[in-house]
Design a protein around this ligand. Structure first.
Ligand SMILES: C[S@@+](CC[C@H](N)C(=O)[O-])C[C@H]1O[C@@H](n2cnc3c(N)ncnc32)[C@H](O)[C@@H]1O
Length: 207
């Protein structure tokens, strides 16, 4: 029988995530970044499909996410906005795609949650064509030590209720360490509590 946490993660969390990820600031960032993707696109952690309306017409998207509950939301969005998406229930750390097979990879608010983000980025590096783009928007560690102190304190509880989301990661450092370089990297707070809203967004390439 499913315990309370299992029920929460299966039924309530997908609904909460779909609602929480729709803030006006997040939507504005999606609107800015997602149209930069072109050619054959891989979206990691496609979730409830909130990026899908912003792909340019005709873009072919492969959407990876282990959550079938979120995928059900995303399928509705894809249908409504007529986006060509192939949904795949895989983990980003171990992708079942050939080397050099995508022109763009999109990842938004997901490297916080993927259990091993370095392994996922190593996979991105493998499946991305040498000239390909990694388009990203992630929240993570804030620049001020007093905010970081709170992020570290809150993290164990947050991770538990937030489907594995971590507040204190450095997506920019993990990208550099896994062999990416930035065409564009912007950082700053979006609206909301400081411990959850310091954002890293931009475009990276294979170094
Ligand atoms: C906070 S949600 C963000 C969803 C979506 N990218 C967005 O911008 O709204 C985090 C997503 O990461 C997905 N996720 C968790 N572990 C993953 C993994 N190992 N590989 C790929 N996606 C994963 C979750 O299922 C969830 O859809």
């Amino acid at each position: 029988m499913m315990g309370a946490m299992g029920l929460y993660e299966k039924y309530l969390l997908p609904k909460l995530l779909n609602m929480a990820m729709k803030s006006p600031d997040m939507t504005r960032i999606r609107e800015q970044l997602v149209p930069l993707a072109g050619g054959k696109v891989l979206e990691l952690g496609v979730g409830s499909g909130l990026n899908l309306p912003f792909y340019r017409a005709g873009t072919k998207v492969t959407g990876v996410d282990p959550s079938l509950e979120l995928q059900a939301y995303a399928r509705e969005v894809a249908h409504k906005h007529r986006v060509d998406v192939e949904f795949v229930a895989q983990s980003a750390e171990s992708l079942d795609f050939a080397d050099n097979s995508f022109d763009s990879v999109v990842v938004t608010w997901t490297l916080c949650t993927i259990p091993d983000p370095a392994a996922a980025l190593a996979e991105v590096r493998r499946v991305l064509k040498p000239s390909g783009k990694l388009i990203f928007a992630e929240h993570g560690q804030a620049p001020e030590p007093h905010v970081v102190k709170w992020q570290n304190r809150i993290n164990p509880v947050w991770r538990h209720v937030g489907g594995g989301c971590n507040l204190n990661r450095r997506p920019d450092e993990t990208m550099t360490q896994t062999g990416f370089t930035f065409d564009d990297l912007a950082t700053g707070y979006i609206t909301g509590p400081k411990w959850a809203t310091y954002t890293y967004q931009g475009v990276a390439r294979i170094a």
